[in-house]
Design a protein around this ligand. Structure first.
Ligand SMILES: [Zn+2]
Length: 143
């Protein structure tokens, strides 16, 4: 019997406005000032095994997955929330912390009301082959 996988309840502490992004597609904008180091919220999703995650990656072109501990992954393409609209930037204003079965976003610096939230997702399954259009001064060029 495989062990039962329980997806916890994911919460957003600082609600965001979803609107056209300055980076790519839709983006998440701060509805109020967010002080540095405050937790903004958890990325919504469904917890799956890494085996299932690899199957999804091999079958789909676009997938929103974050690797967790214990051979698990968060599939943010299902049961998701507005945190998924936080785009990648090489000069971000938020950062990710993976805590067991949660992917948490924190403010890297003081964020003003109306600013678009961005995060450096680091290495992705794109293997550094996808051109980055974040527009940051220190943009690495590829993600
Ligand atoms: Zn970039």
């Amino acid at each position: 019997m495989p062990k039962q996988i329980i997806t916890p309840e994911y919460k957003i502490h600082y609600p965001v406005k979803v609107a056209k992004s300055k980076i790519a597609g839709m983006g998440a904008y701060a509805l109020q000032r967010i002080p540095a180091r405050k937790k903004i919220g958890d990325l919504g999703g469904v917890i799956i095994t890494m085996k299932e995650a690899m199957r999804l990656i091999n079958n789909l072109k676009v997938i929103n997955l974050v690797e967790l501990d214990d051979d698990l992954a968060l599939n943010a393409s299902a049961n998701s929330n507005d945190m998924r609209f936080i785009n990648h930037s090489c000069g971000p204003n938020t950062y990710l912390r993976v805590m067991k079965n949660r992917v948490e976003f924190y403010a890297l610096k003081n964020i003003k009301k109306g600013q678009e939230l961005s995060c450096d997702y680091g290495e992705t399954h794109h293997d550094g082959k996808l051109p980055c259009r974040c527009g940051a001064k220190n943009c690495r060029g590829f993600i």
